[in-house]
Write a protein that binds this ligand. Structure first.
Ligand code: NAD
Ligand code: TYD
Length: 356
């Protein structure tokens, strides 16, 4: 076994931030496997061009022969699985890809991993880790006064996306209990930050505001999410990979519960300050209420006590500092935004907001 880690989905939003962070903070090489769906973008990794510690491979986690070959050639000491279809609205319009990648793909990846792990020496077997990156959405929706999600909450996924992630979490758990595979699972709240695809709330609002387009608020805008700056998620995953207890799950969150409307107003005020509209009117004037998402979860909140107590992790950014960094990043990376908002993106926007 080598020191290499295999990252899947490392050209997407969180995966690419993780790979960039890993190269900065760690010394081990990374093999980065990504299918490059609409959500994967090699431009996110442009700064790693020519870096001998980063190897990019285009491929599918469900392609067993490719995965077997990668594992045999690179002999990684760990796999960090980010690869997934990740957008709730897309899962409502077309759940098929979510079942295929998140469930079937994870199953094939686990099978290849089990076979590779079985071939390792006893010592390497002990040191190997499979870290599965999941979401708080598997726990379902909270009422206003419910306590935040703990690792012991029951799974009650409500969307095709969260149901497919829940299924993958169960498979990962079963591979530990049945075969002894040394797995770790993390369930994180909503991320935001650089390289966030502008189909999700925060980058979509920044993008539309600057493009003088409506800022769509689903329903009454009082749905609550817990927001975490993406680099804090990455540092948490590194902590769990290093010292997490095999077979355990860790909830990761920012202690930052905010209603959507408040998030949108914060973004508008920050843009008013950093890049005011030409006519001097506030960006909030672009806010538009649209038809609610079917089955829209009302509230998510993460209790991140366990990872704090057992692994000493806590977020470095507050919502205010993280949002400022994010808006500044968008303003200075308009070329990236232009690139990812080409053909496919336009088609998606037309489908999703058709009835609004
Ligand atoms: P993303 O959609 O931005 O990126 C997903 C990446 O996976 C893309 O690069 C895509 O090309 C790749 N991919 C898709 N299908 C693949 C396949 N079959 N084989 C190989 N690669 C494939 O998603 P993200 O927001 O970066 O999320 C990454 C992971 O983190 C997901 O598992 C998601 O469920 C989880 N997560 C996301 C959030 C969030 O707020 N975005 C929060 C908690 C957990
Ligand atoms: P999103 O970023 O899609 O993440 P998730 O659904 O996984 O939490 O959405 C965050 C919240 O913002 C969610 O309550 C839906 C809402 N939302 C809007 O109000 N308008 C939009 O255009 C989008 C994309 C999301």
């Amino acid at each position: 076994m080598n020191n290499t880690i295999l990252v899947t989905g490392g050209a997407g939003f969180i995966g690419s931030n993780f790979v960039l962070d890993w190269i900065t903070w760690e010394t081990d090489p990374v093999v980065n496997l990504d299918k490059l769906t609409y959500a994967g973008n090699l431009q996110n990794l442009a700064s790693l061009k020519g870096n001998p510690r980063h190897t990019f491979v285009r491929g599918d986690i469900g392609d067993s022969s490719l995965i077997d070959e990668l594992l045999a050639n690179h002999k990684p000491r760990a796999i960090v699985n980010f690869a997934a279809e990740s957008h709730v609205d897309r899962s409502i319009h077309g759940p098929g890809e979510f079942i295929q990648t998140n469930m079937v793909g994870t199953f094939h990846l686990l099978e290849s991993t089990r076979s590779y792990w079985g071939s390792l020496s006893e010592n390497d077997k002990k040191n190997f880790r499979f870290l599965h990156v999941s979401t708080d959405e598997v726990y379902g929706s909270l009422a206003p006064n419910d306590p935040a999600f703990k690792e012991t909450n029951t799974y009650e996924p409500n969307s095709p996306y969260s149901a497919s992630k829940a299924a993958s979490d169960h498979l990962v758990r079963a591979y530990h209990h049945t075969y002894g595979l040394p797995v770790l699972t993390t369930n994180c709240s909503n991320n935001y930050g650089p390289y966030h695809f502008p189909e999700k709330l925060i980058p979509l609002i920044i993008h539309n505001a600057l493009a003088d387009k409506p800022l769509p608020i689903y329903g009454d805008g009082q749905q609550i999410r817990d927001w975490l700056y993406v680099q804090d998620h990455c540092s948490a995953i590194r902590r769990v990979l290093q010292d997490g207890k095999i077979g355990e799950t860790y909830n990761i969150g920012g202690w930052n519960e905010k209603p959507n409307l408040e998030v949108v107003h914060t973004l508008c005020a920050m843009l008013d300050d950093l890049s005011p509209r030409a006519d001097g009117t506030p960006y909030a004037s672009q806010i538009t209420y649209v038809t609610d998402r079917p089955g829209h979860d009302r509230r998510y909140a993460i209790d991140a006590t366990k990872i704090n107590r057992e692994l000493g992790w806590k977020p470095a950014e507050t919502f205010e500092t993280g949002i400022r960094k994010t808006v500044e990043w968008h303003l200075t990376h308009q070329d990236w935004v232009r690139n990812v908002t080409s053909g496919d993106y336009k088609k998606w926007i037309e489908t999703n907001y058709a009835q609004s």
